[in-house]
Write a protein that binds this ligand. Structure first.
Ligand SMILES: NC(=O)c1ccc[n+]([C@@H]2O[C@H](COP(=O)([O-])OP(=O)(O)OC[C@H]3O[C@@H](n4cnc5c(N)ncnc54)[C@H](OP(=O)(O)O)[C@@H]3O)[C@@H](O)[C@H]2O)c1
Length: 255
């Protein structure tokens, strides 16, 4: 039986956006599994909080959008942790606006963070991933699957739909290099991202409560419920999961 990594037990993992929300939960789940994790983000404070009590997590301040970001991130993994087995492209940004309300800066930030960053970081990581016969996990969004749409969320959703396409294409391109590429599509997860995207706390809470009534599983998800699946689909036992996007959304996307 083939495996995606010769180092099945202790791996080196890079999680972008590892300081908060889903990325923090994933970083901790990897660390609890015994992996060593480079948690990447722009805020040193949140990265340190994520690493608190988790000595296997190394905080690393870097911006995936900066031209020097990919080089700095991969070099840090190689120099400080000795390799790179799993790259989790999780960092993203979202801002709500309909077409008439879009501004250049918010469009640029979403495309750069959610799409250009993962492309250039994965490209820079490729050599190391070939050595480890590693895994790329792209974090998309269940809201951007198939034919669904959410008014005001077009640019974010477009970046996530494009990321899913990269997952499929890279899985084919990189298969003969021994690199596996998978996506995960979270549903509505209580990370506070709506507030960071511009909603008031009250509006975000109302949005979550309203959506919870539509979710077959009966509630919004918790970051750990995605973090654990990111770990699972990266494991050697998931070798045969390749080029696909795994939906973890309490059934919302099939309603
Ligand atoms: N929460 C949900 O309901 C939901 C649903 C579907 C999909 N998702 C996806 O799940 C992933 C995590 O979302 P989340 O809810 O956990 O949101 P979050 O807490 O806002 O996490 C985003 C992370 O990305 C980091 N980041 C943003 N821009 C960056 C940059 N230029 N360079 C490096 N790091 C950057 C942020 O840290 P800094 O600001 O410190 O850099 C933050 O830690 C995202 O890909 C999101 O699209 C979330």
């Amino acid at each position: 039986m083939g495996t995606s990594s010769d180092r099945a037990h202790t791996r080196v993992v890079v999680v972008t956006g590892g300081g908060t929300g889903i990325g923090r939960a994933a970083a901790r789940a990897f660390a609890e599994r015994g992996d060593r994790v480079l948690a990447v983000g722009r805020s040193e404070r949140t990265l340190r909080e994520a690493a608190d009590g988790h000595p296997r997590i190394l905080p690393f301040v870097a911006d995936v959008c900066e031209p020097s970001g990919p080089e700095a991130i991969v070099s840090a993994a190689l120099e400080h942790l000795g390799g790179l087995d799993v790259l989790v492209n999780n960092a993203a940004t979202a801002s709500f606006a309909d077409l008439s309300g879009l501004d250049h800066e918010s469009v640029r930030a979403q495309v750069e963070t959610n799409l250009v960053g993962p492309i250039l970081l994965t490209q820079r990581a490729l050599e190391a991933l070939e050595v480890s016969r590693g895994v790329v996990v792209n974090v998309g969004s269940a809201g951007a699957l198939g034919l669904r749409s959410l008014a005001g969320n077009a640019v974010y959703g477009a970046t996530k739909a494009a990321l899913d396409h990269l997952t499929r294409t890279w899985a084919v391109e990189l298969a003969d290099k021994g690199v596996r590429v998978v996506g995960i599509a979270p549903g509505l997860i209580n990370t506070g991202v709506g507030v960071r995207a511009g909603m008031t706390q009250e509006d975000y809470d109302g949005f979550l409560a309203g959506m919870a009534r539509r979710i077959p599983s009966g509630r919004v998800g918790e970051p750990e419920e995605i973090g654990n699946w990111i770990v699972r689909i990266s494991e050697p036992e998931a070798f045969y999961v390749n080029g696909t996007v795994v939906t973890v959304d309490g059934g919302l996307s099939v309603t």
